[in-house]
Design a protein around this ligand. Structure first.
Ligand code: PMP
Length: 379
């Protein structure tokens, strides 16, 4: 059976990326690797929207988040964490573990960051850093990083952003929006298997990093920076993933960032139209809905995980479930990265069959037709 991933990471890997990763390995202390890292880093700057350096770390996205925190936060520092779901909670937890005095502003699962509340906090209290999630994967909500960046600049706090599930799928401009540390990972919109985190660092963040007192070794950004002067890494990098990322970034830049972002937005609209046509409820309101992953409430009385198990067993279609408090209550359809219209219409088509098998009244084809109308440009 074909396995089809509609989860928000790992996402499907394009054959040309897989081919690049299957090539004979190169040594990581060679000119060939340095050339690869140089090319990669230049391309990453374009996707990050930055003139600053971008470091590629061999670890998952959480490692990148830990690098951001461990290098910037000293014990006792005041940090404001903007929490809109599981990954916002994780960022806050990391800062606590590194000894920060963390104020967590909770907006509830399913709501975006309320920028006015952030401003009120920044006015009342001096913070060293603000932690924000761009695309909150657990709730399928996107936060307004641009607006948050205006505030952090005005009030003199650093802005650390988790863009793990957005970069390469949703517009983000590190420099123009005032993001001091931007973190992403390989296995989501960037279409590469898990194992790489990428981190950009602003000059303002470097001032804080150079005064950093928290322990840091494997995730030391000064070490990554020093090695990058020779397009090298401090420790053995995941060479094959670098090779895959090189090709994936070419695909993204050849398509054009604007086109890539538009494609993701349209797929989200198509998915949302399908969900509505089936009479199901969307998790996120339109105004803050994620372009890369769509959350759907399971119909009354249906366990979303039973539905997911059936779709996997019968059709090889893997949807994501709900996390923590949303477990069993929602399912999520990811449309980030290497997913095309045929994939999406297929997933929606078998979703209708699955819903019907569990007794939910479905007019077969109604969701697919609504999605087709959007994809055809009519809806
Ligand atoms: N942040 C966000 C927004 C994510 O979606 C994820 C992964 N689902 C992570 C952080 C953690 O990344 P990883 O699993 O690669 O450590």
């Amino acid at each position: 059976k074909k396995m089809r991933l509609f989860i928000p990471g790992p996402t499907p890997v394009p054959p040309q990326v897989a081919e690049a990763m299957a090539r004979p390995l190169i040594g990581h202390r060679t000119q060939e690797f340095a050339d690869l890292y140089r090319r990669l880093e230049e391309k990453l700057r374009k996707v990050f929207g930055t003139q600053n350096e971008v470091y590629v770390l061999t670890c998952s996205g959480t490692g990148g988040m830990e690098a951001a925190v461990a290098n910037v936060v000293n014990p006792g520092d005041r940090v404001l964490a903007l929490v809109t779901g599981k990954f916002g909670e994780r960022f806050a937890e990391l800062a606590k573990i590194y000894g920060a005095a963390v104020d967590a502003l909770e907006f509830g699962w399913g709501n975006p960051v309320d920028v006015a509340l952030v401003e009120a906090r920044l006015k009342s209290q001096k913070y060293k850093a603000v932690l924000a999630t761009h695309n909150e994967t657990s709730t399928t909500v996107v936060n307004d990083i641009r607006a948050i960046g205006e505030l952090t600049r005005r009030y003199g706090a650093l802005l650390l952003v988790d863009a793990v599930s957005s970069l390469g799928g949703i517009e983000i401009e590190a420099d123009a929006w005032g993001v001091d540390i931007l973190v992403t990972a390989s296995q989501k919109a960037l279409m590469v298997p898990p194992g790489l985190a990428m981190v950009s660092v602003s000059p303002r963040a470097w001032e804080a990093i150079n005064e950093g007192r928290a322990p840091r070794y494997y995730l030391s950004l000064p070490a990554a920076k020093k090695s990058l002067t020779k397009f090298n890494t401090p420790y053995t990098p995941a060479v094959s993933l670098f090779a895959g990322l090189d090709v994936a970034l070419d695909m993204i830049l050849d398509e054009g960032l604007e086109n890539v972002y538009a494609r993701h937005r349209i797929f989200a609209q198509a998915t949302r139209a399908a969900v509505r046509a089936l009479g199901l409820k969307l998790l996120a309101p339109d105004a803050c809905a994620s372009p890369v992953v769509t959350g759907v409430w399971a119909p009354e009385g249906m366990n979303a995980d039973d539905l997911r198990r059936l779709l996997l067993k019968e059709y090889g279609v893997l949807l994501a479930g709900g996390q923590a408090q949303l477990k069993g209550r929602i399912f999520r359809i990811s449309h980030m990265g290497y997913i095309d219209a045929v994939d999406l219409l297929g997933a929606l088509g078998v979703l209708e069959i699955g819903l019907q098998k569990f007794g939910y009244p479905v007019t077969l084809g109604a969701g697919v037709a609504a999605a087709q109308a959007v994809l055809a440009g009519g809806g």
